[in-house]
Design a protein around this ligand. Structure first.
Ligand code: PMP
Length: 402
């Protein structure tokens, strides 16, 4: 007899299981295209040089200590981070109607934001794209939402955005529902709406009185340009929307395990700001009490120093251009092999991930036969592709499809 006898075994988390399988595999040419983390041309993890510089400076600063941060975290970090998202000319920022709160990376921002919406505003229904990052559902349900609904996003046959389905599903959403929107570099498809399509999406969100909750996990990492990657969020804000936005520094600063993130709130009424902040404070207090300082200090240090900020810009370009280059190479290799199908989607897509179009059986074949670890959905992380393995990956896709 045990107190825990009634506990059932939960399903494994695919992406972590895949990494474990990969690690245990002793095949020399194995490739990990599962995990969403940057790799160098040599297939190694990368600590951004600008992060190392900041860490050294912070380590030598004897005025810093390990005391608790406030519940809402490091103020300078949130201020600079919010400005990075909304732009230095943002009207809500100038009017103090927008603010940020330091949280536990992008996931923590989604969780705190969702808990606020569910518990303080009584929201029950949320929408996410089909497909989406696999954690959206669990985070929102755990935060107190009751009903997870999908909006169509990916058109299988066209290997492109299903705008019609997207708009139709939002058009049928109940008033007040929360809609999760990927700010850029949609995970897992790598396919973003165009500016014109964002305009159509915004129109329906407004008409149906939905609440846009942006998820910004790749600002700067996607295109190499912070402003370009924030376009959709700024567009909504300029249209007068109130929004939440979850910002992550996992990818663009490479601070994956430091759990560094910011929840941005834009309100249309300055009078609400203090109350909203106070309720978010209570949610965090009752959750993890206060955030860790290390990553937030690094980000604040870099963003507040012109020279380091420029260096960061270079580091971001190194990452985004390597990925863009690997997209080109993979497409070229597949086309040179004459692999069936068209491969322009590989270079049309943006960001860390690509939806290859391989189905579940084909993706499993890639794992079992070729030791190329990828999700069942056919998603690959472009970061796992290097000049040394791109031919092997292309040949394996070719073999799988012929
Ligand atoms: N949203 C999306 C779309 C993501 O891809 C990720 C990272 N995989 C996250 C949020 C959150 O990541 P983290 O909590 O590590 O910042």
């Amino acid at each position: 007899m045990s107190f825990f006898d009634s506990v059932e075994l939960g399903p494994p988390i695919e992406v972590f299981q895949l990494t474990k399988q990969y690690t245990e595999d002793d095949f020399p040419q194995k490739v990990n295209l599962g995990v969403g983390a940057y790799r160098t041309d040599d297939g190694k993890p990368w600590v951004l040089p600008v992060v190392r510089t900041a860490e050294k400076a912070l380590a030598n600063d004897d005025s810093l200590n390990k005391e608790y941060l406030p519940v809402l975290g490091l103020d300078l970090f949130s201020v600079l981070s919010t400005k990075m998202l909304l732009g230095s000319d943002s009207v809500p920022l100038a009017e103090n109607r927008a603010f940020g709160v330091q949280v536990l990376s992008g996931t923590g921002a989604l969780r705190v934001g969702a808990e606020f919406l569910a518990k303080r505003l009584g929201k029950t229904v949320f929408y996410f794209s089909k497909p989406t990052w696999e954690n959206h559902r669990l985070v929102f349900l755990n935060a107190g939402f009751q009903e997870a609904r999908e909006y169509r996003y990916w058109h299988e046959a066209n290997r492109a955005l299903d705008l019609e389905g997207f708009l139709e599903d939002l058009n049928n959403a109940p008033e007040g529902a929360v809609v999760i929107l990927h700010a850029c570099a949609h995970n897992p498809t790598g396919c973003d709406p165009t500016q014109e399509q964002w305009g159509q999406i915004a129109k329906v969100v407004k008409e149906r009185k939905l609440f846009p909750f942006f998820d910004s996990a790749y600002q700067g990492f996607a295109s190499g340009d912070l402003n370009k990657d924030a376009w959709a969020v700024r567009f909504f804000v300029n249209q007068g929307f109130e929004i939440f936005c979850a910002q992550s520094y996992a990818k663009n600063f490479g601070l994956y395990n430091e759990r560094t993130g910011n929840l941005v709130v834009v309100s249309n009424n300055l009078a609400n700001v203090a109350a909203v902040k106070s309720q978010i404070t209570l949610i965090i207090r009752g959750n993890y009490s206060n955030p860790p300082s290390h990553g937030a200090r690094i980000v604040a240090y870099v963003l507040s120093n012109k020279e380091l900020n420029d260096q960061w810009g270079e580091n971001i370009k190194t990452m985004s251009s390597r990925i863009i280059q690997m997209r080109k190479r993979l497409r070229e290799e597949l086309e040179a092999l004459g692999t069936p199908g068209s491969w322009n989607h590989i270079t049309d897509q943006i960001g860390m991930f690509s939806y290859t179009g391989l189905n579940e059986a084909q993706s499993l074949h890639m794992v079992q036969k070729h030791h190329i670890y990828m999700l069942k959905s056919g998603r690959i992380s472009m970061c796992g592709i290097t000049p040394n393995n791109v031919q092997y990956v292309a040949k394996s896709i070719h073999e799988t499809l012929t």
